[in-house]
Design a protein around this ligand. Structure first.
Ligand SMILES: [Zn+2]
Length: 430
C-alpha cells in the first residue's frame, strides 16, 4: 500500500521531467517505449524456444503468459528482431538526454545479440571469437596455449614435489575443502561479510533479500535467479567439494556486490523509477552478461582488496569449517598465478567447439591449465558445452570492468555503482 501511495505521488513529477527532457515525438508515432515493449515480447518468446535463455523476468506476468501461449517460430522471431532494428534506427534521439541515447544503443545491441542467438538456435555455428562478438559484443584474443606455460612453470616452483602439477595443486587445495556439514554456516558467514562490505558503499533497496540453497547435477558452480522486487534465489552446486576461498568468491559473485546487487539496482533505476520495461527481462546470451559476470568477478576484489580475503578466510571461515591452520597465504599466492591462466580456457574451448581437439584431450588440457582434477575439468567441460563462448564474460569481463572502474576515479565503489545502475554496454567500457 505504501509503495502504491509513493508511486502515485511520484508520477506527476516523472511526467514533468519527461516533458522537459524527452525529444519531440517521432512523426511515425513510434517510440523507444513501444520498441522496448516488443523487445520484451521477443526475448520472452525466444525463451520459449530455448530453455535457460531468459535468465530473469519480473515484468507483467501476462506478457510471459502470452509468450508461452503463442511463441513465434524461429524464422519469424529473426524477422521480428530485424523489424525492431529497423524501428530503432528510424527513431531519432537528437536532443534527448544521454540516458535516452544510451537506451537506444542498449536496445540495438541487445536485439542484435538476440538475432545472433536465434540464428544459432536455427543451427548456425560460428567460430568461438565470432560467436562471442555476436552475442556479447566482445571479441576475445585467443593465444596459443604455450603462451601460458611460463605461468605453469612459476606455479611449479610454488608447489614442489613429484607427479603432475595439476595433481600437486589439487592435493594442496584439498586442505581447504569445506566439510559438507559446515557448508551452510561457512556460506552464510561469507555472504554476510560480502553484504556488509557492499552496503557500506552502495545503498540498496530496503527490502532487498535472498535465499540460499544447495543443489546438485548442474553445469555451473553457482547461480543467481533474480526474482524481481529486490529478491534473489541463490543456488550453490555441491557436485564438487567447495573450498573456503570459493565461499567468498560465490558470496560476492552471486550476491554482493555481484548479480543480486546488479539486478536490484537495475530494477530500481530503470524499471521502478523510469518504467523502462526492457530491463525487466535479462537474456542470458547478451552484452548484459559481459557486464554482469565481469562486475560480479571484479566485485570480489573490490569487496576484499589486497590480502583481506585471505585474512577473512583465515580468521573466520577456516575456524567455521574446522580447518584452522591451513596455509592461507601460500594459497593466495597460488590463486594469483592461477588467475593468470584463466584465458587459456578460451583457446581450449575454441579448439574443442570447432572439433579440432576431442573430448578426452580437452579434459586433459583443462586439467593441465586449470590445475585441477579430472572430475572438475569434466564439470567445466560440461559448462563449456552448455554455455560455449559465454565463458569470456568471466576473466575478460572482470579485467575489462576493473580497468573501466579504475579509470573513473579513485572511489572504485562509486564507479562500480555507476556501472551497476546503467545500461552501459561492453563497447562503452572496452
Ligand atoms: Zn555469474
Amino acid at each position: 500500500m505504501r509503495r502504491l501511495f509513493l508511486a502515485a505521488l511520484a508520477l506527476p513529477f516523472l511526467l514533468v521531467a519527461a516533458c522537459a527532457t524527452a525529444p519531440a515525438p517521432d512523426p511515425s508515432g513510434d517510440s523507444l517505449d513501444a520498441v522496448a515493449r516488443d523487445y520484451v515480447a521477443l526475448i520472452l518468446e525466444i525463451g520459449e524456444r530455448e530453455p535457460g535463455y531468459v535468465d530473469a523476468y519480473y515484468g507483467p506476468p501476462e506478457w510471459a503468459a502470452a509468450a508461452k501461449a503463442n511463441p513465434r517460430e524461429v524464422p519469424a522471431l529473426i524477422q521480428g528482431a530485424a523489424a525492431l532494428t529497423g524501428r530503432l534506427n528510424a527513431l531519432s534521439t537528437r536532443g534527448a538526454e544521454p540516458a535516452v541515447v544510451q537506451r537506444k544503443a542498449y536496445l540495438l545491441a541487445h536485439v542484435s545479440a538476440a538475432s545472433a542467438r536465434l540464428r544459432m538456435i536455427g543451427g548456425e555455428r560460428m567460430s568461438f571469437a565470432d560467436e562471442a562478438f555476436a552475442l556479447f559484443g566482445v571479441r576475445p584474443e585467443l593465444k596459443p596455449l604455450t603462451a601460458y606455460d611460463p605461468i605453469l612453470a612459476r606455479i611449479d616452483g610454488l608447489v614442489p614435489g613429484d607427479g603432475a602439477l595439476a595433481d600437486r595443486v589439487s592435493a594442496f587445495r584439498n586442505g581447504f575443502v569445506i566439510p559438507t556439514d559446515r557448508l551452510q554456516v561457512v556460506m552464510d558467514a561469507a555472504i554476510a561479510e560480502c553484504r556488509t562490505r557492499t552496503i557500506r558503499h552502495i545503498p540498496l533497496p530496503a527490502n532487498e533479500r535472498f535465499t540460499l540453497a544447495f543443489v546438485t547435477d548442474k553445469p555451473w558452480s553457482g547461480y543467481n535467479y533474480f526474482q524481481g522486487d529486490a529478491a534473489s534465489k541463490i543456488e550453490i552446486n555441491t557436485d564438487q567439494p567447495i573450498f573456503t576461498d570459493r565461499a567468498v568468491d560465490l558470496g560476492c559473485h552471486e550476491g554482493y556486490p555481484g548479480h543480486h546487487v546488479y539486478n536490484a539496482l537495475l530494477e530500481r533505476t530503470f524499471v521502478a523509477e523510469r518504467g523502462w520495461v526492457e530491463m525487466s527481462v535479462y537474456p542470458l546470451y547478451s552484452p548484459m552478461s559481459f557486464v554482469a559476470e565481469g562486475s560480479a568477478n571484479y566485485g570480489i576484489d573490490l569487496a576484499f582488496p589486497g590480502d583481506e580475503a585471505a585474512t577473512f578466510e583465515r580468521d573466520v571461515l577456516l575456524p567455521l569449517a574446522g580447518l584452522t591452520g591451513a596455509p592461507v597465504e601460500e594459497k593466495a599466492e597460488l590463486n594469483a598465478l592461477v588467475r593468470q591462466l584463466a584465458r587459456a580456457e578460451y583457446t581450449i574451448a575454441d579448439d574443442y567447439l570447432a572439433g579440432r581437439v576431442g573430448r578426452e584431450a580437452t579434459i586433459a588440457r583443462l586439467s593441465k591449465y586449470m590445475l585441477t582434477t579430472t572430475e572438475r575439468a569434466t564439470q567445466r567441460l560440461r559448462f563449456i558445452e552448455t554455455y560455449r563462448s559465454y565463458i569470456i564474460n568471466y576473466g575478460l569481463g572482470r579485467d575489462t570492468v576493473q580497468a573501466w572502474v579504475e579509470r573513473q576515479g579513485p572511489d572504485h565503489w562509486q564507479g562500480m555503482e555507476t556501472l551497476l545502475s546503467s545500461q552501459i554496454l561492453p563497447a562503452d567500457i572496452l
